[in-house]
Ligand binder design. Structure first.
Ligand code: SAM
Length: 301
C-alpha cells in the first residue's frame, strides 16, 4: 500500500512520528521513521531513529528488561527519610493494607475482575505483574476461599507486596509473566489476570502463550491494557519518555483486540473510560478515548 505520508516533507513527517510516540505506538513510530529514512535520507530521521532505538534498548535482552523494571521501582519506592519511616509504620500496623484493599476494590477494573471471580468461582488465581500487590491482596482478602499467586519482575515490588500481605491465601514471587509456564505446572490456574502489564512486555504473543499454558481448560483469562486514542490538535513538541526509556512500548486498539480475541469462547471487551491527570496529556493532543480496556475470554473446555 502507498504511504499516506510525503517523507520529503520532513517537518510534517516528524509530527506524524511524534503523534505515534505520544500514543505509545513505538512499533508504528519505528516503522514510520525507517520508511521515511529509506525514502528520503535526512539526518533528522536518523537522529530520531537512533533515539527510539535507545528508548527501547531495555527490550534487547531479558536481563536488560529486568534491570530496567527493577531500577525504575527501586527509585520510585525506596525513598529514605521520614516519609519512608511513616510508610513502614503504616505497613507494620496493617493500615496500609486495609486502605489498599478498600481502594482497589472500588476501582472499575477490579469490579469487572470480581464479576469474573463470582461467575467462575476459581480456586487458583494468578496475578501476572502484581506490582506492590494491590489487586492480588484485594482478591485474596475479599475471597478467602481461593488462592492467589502474584508473579512480579521487580524484587522491590515483591518485597513491598510481601510486607503488605496479611492473607494466608496470597503469595508473591519474583518472576516474569512470559515465564509463568516455567514457574507452574501446565493447567494450574482457573483464572489468570494481568492488569497494566501487556503494554510493557518484550513479546505479547509469548506472554499470552505462557499465561494460557498455566490456565486450565475452561479457565478464564482477563487483562487490562491502556485505551489511548489521540489526534494532533496543534504542533507536537519533541517526545521525551518520563523514565528515560519507553516503559509502555505498544498500544492496543479496540479493533485489534476484537480481531485478535473476539472468536475466543466467552469473549468480552469492556471500555473503562477515565480522565487523565492534569498535565498527563499535552494540550496539543485531542483525546478521542482515554482509559483502559478490560478483556476476558475462556480457554476451550
Ligand atoms: C503498571 S504496574 C501494574 C501493577 C499491578 N498489576 C497493578 O495493577 O497494580 C506494572 C507492573 O508489571 C511489572 N512487570 C512489567 N513487566 C513484567 C513482566 N514481563 N513480568 C512480570 N511483571 C512485569 C512491573 O514491574 C510493574 O510492577
Amino acid at each position: 500500500m502507498d504511504s499516506p505520508h510525503d517523507f520529503h516533507d520532513v517537518e510534517t513527517t516528524l509530527q506524524a512520528i511524534r503523534l505515534e510516540l505520544h500514543r505509545e505506538n513505538l512499533g508504528g513510530a519505528q516503522e514510520l521513521v525507517r520508511a521515511a529514512a529509506a525514502t528520503h535520507p535526512d539526518p533528522r530521521y536518523e537522529e530520531l531513529a537512533a533515539k527510539i532505538r535507545g528508548w527501547l534498548s531495555h527490550l534487547d535482552s531479558r536481563d536488560a528488561y529486568v534491570r530496567a523494571q527493577e531500577t525504575q521501582y527501586r527509585r520510585l519506592r525506596w525513598d529514605i527519610g521520614l516519609k519512608w519511616i511513616e510508610r513502614r509504620m503504616r505497613v507494620l500496623l496493617g493500615r496500609k493494607t486495609k486502605k489498599l484493599v478498600r481502594r482497589r476494590a472500588a476501582k472499575p477494573e477490579f469490579e469487572l475482575l470480581e464479576r469474573e471471580i463470582l461467575a467462575h468461582r476459581p480456586a487458583r488465581v494468578l496475578d501476572g505483574g502484581s506490582g506492590e500487590g494491590g489487586a492480588a491482596l484485594a482478591v485474596g482478602a475479599r475471597h478467602p476461599w481461593l488462592r492467589v499467586d502474584g508473579v512480579e519482575v521487580s524484587e522491590t515490588n515483591v518485597t513491598l507486596a510481601r510486607q503488605l500481605n496479611r492473607f494466608p491465601n496470597v503469595t508473591f514471587r519474583v518472576g516474569l509473566l512470559e515465564e509463568v509456564h516455567q514457574l507452574f505446572p501446565p493447567a494450574t490456574f482457573d483464572l489468570v489476570y494481568s492488569f497494566a502489564v501487556l503494554e510493557h512486555v518484550r513479546d505479547v504473543d509469548a506472554t499470552l502463550a505462557s499465561m494460557l499454558t498455566v490456565l486450565k481448560p475452561g479457565g478464564r483469562l482477563c487483562f487490562v491494557v491502556p485505551m489511548h486514542e489521540f489526534v494532533a490538535a496543534g504542533p507536537i513538541p519533541e517526545y521525551e519518555p518520563i523514565h528515560g526509556y519507553c516503559d509502555h512500548v505498544r498500544i492496543f486498539t479496540e479493533a485489534e483486540l476484537n480481531s485478535r480475541f473476539a472468536d475466543r469462547p466467552g469473549f468480552s471487551l469492556t471500555k473503562i473510560p477515565s480522565v487523565p491527570k492534569p498535565g498527563e496529556i499535552l494540550d496539543c493532543l485531542k483525546i478521542i478515548e482515554f482509559g483502559a480496556f478490560f478483556v476476558a475470554f475462556s480457554m476451550p473446555a
